[in-house]
Write a protein that binds this ligand. Structure first.
Ligand code: IPM
Ligand code: MN
Length: 351
């Protein structure tokens, strides 16, 4: 296959982890005879510094004409501590999601046999955990009308969903459930929120199209609790934007390190693949960040093109690195750990 891939390294540790994913993806391409054409573009604080905005039109042009986007991380502390900043790196991410139509954010949480004792949860609670969140990504409170009134003394963020937005996300959820254990959980707050009642009603109406799927409806606060009590009781979960943002951070540490979990954002056409973690500014340039989440995101990218063997080659390499202790300091057993680039080199070589 010939693939054009937009490469958005972004901020903080983004460029370092992206460089490792490129090494590994290139190794896979060589092994399986694919041609990857990487197309770098600016985003985030790096783009604000260069051209004054976080998702420039030139970057959108490159993304929109590629087969996929591989994304590093976005965010810089300079903006976090300045609530008056007019332009923020995160706006770039939201604009990109909206303009590329990436409405479904796929965020898996799975465990690695060799890391069960690294989890903040007890081994017996997490053994066998393998779940996937489908987070709605281009609607809800993130994109509703927001502002101030009463001379700035009152602020509001509206949460709006249309039935069509819920349906297209839920459809992906049902389809994924059919490929897995045929279990779907709709996460909402239907006891309080009108948008959640629309979610529940819409998903209920779709159940008859997927008679083999067992659907449970659970309130978001209860799911937050059960996720740490019995994560292995869940399989596919669908939820709106903000609930999904919060729950997927919670779920991401179950495996032992946030530096391990990949994600995909899908829409009608192209997909975007990125690690779940952020830009980890304190580690920038230190060659200590764990590149595995970004590398596993590249695996999801191959799999999304139907290249399952290629994805598996990456997953197998990551598993064997974890077993052999070829890991960055977040996962190291003793004082001996490897650098970001060394982990990338090892994985590329082993593939
Ligand atoms: C995420 C991030 C973003 C979000 C931020 C950076 C805007 O937290 O991808 O989960 O809230 O969606
Ligand atoms: Mn988040």
């Amino acid at each position: 296959m010939k693939l054009k891939i937009a490469l958005l390294a972004g901020d903080g540790i983004g460029p370092e982890v992206i460089a490792q994913a490129v090494k590994v993806a290139d190794a896979v391409a060589k092994k399986f005879n694919h041609e990857l054409n990487w197309r770098p573009a600016l985003t985030g604080a790096a783009a604000i510094d260069a051209v004054g905005e976080p998702y420039p039109d030139a970057t959108h042009e490159i993304c929109a004409t590629s087969d996929a986007v591989l994304f590093g991380a976005i965010g810089h502390p300079r903006f976090d501590n300045d609530p008056t900043a007019k332009v923020r790196p995160e706006q770039g991410l939201l604009k990109m999601r909206k303009k590329l139509g990436l409405f479904a954010n796929v965020r898996p949480t799975f465990t690695f046999a060799s890391l069960l004792d690294k989890s903040p949860l007890k081994r017996e609670r997490i053994e066998g955990t393998d779940l996937v969140f489908l987070r709605e990504l281009t609607g809800g409170i993130y994109f509703g009308e927001k502002g101030r009134r009463d001379a700035g003394e009152t602020a509001f963020d509206n949460c709006v969903y249309t039935r069509a937005e819920v349906q297209r996300l839920a459809k992906k959820g049902f389809e994924l459930a059919m490929k897995r254990s045929k279990k779907l959980c709709c996460v909402d707050k239907a006891n309080v929120l009108e948008t959640s009642r629309l979610w529940r009603e819409t998903v209920q109406a779709m159940e008859k199209e997927y008679p083999e799927v067992t659907v449970s409806y659970e309130f978001v606060d209860a799911v937050a609790m059960r996720l740490v009590q019995w994560p292995n009781s869940y399989d596919v979960l669908i939820t709106e934007n903000l609930f999904g943002d919060i729950l997927t951070d919670e779920a991401s540490v179950i495996s032992g390190s946030m530096g391990l979990m990949p994600s995909a954002s899908l829409g009608a056409n192209i997909g975007l693949f990125e690690p779940i973690h952020g830009s980890y500014p304190q580690a920038t340039g230190l060659n200590i960040a764990n590149p595995m989440a970004t590398i596993l995101s590249a695996a999801m990218m191959f799999e999304n093109f139907g290249l399952l063997e290629e994805g598996k080659a990456i997953r197998d390499a990551v598993n064997s690195a974890l077993e052999k202790g070829i890991v960055t300091q977040d996962l190291a057993e003793d004082d001996h750990s490897y650098g970001t680039a060394e982990v990338g080199d090892w994985l590329a070589k082993s593939i």
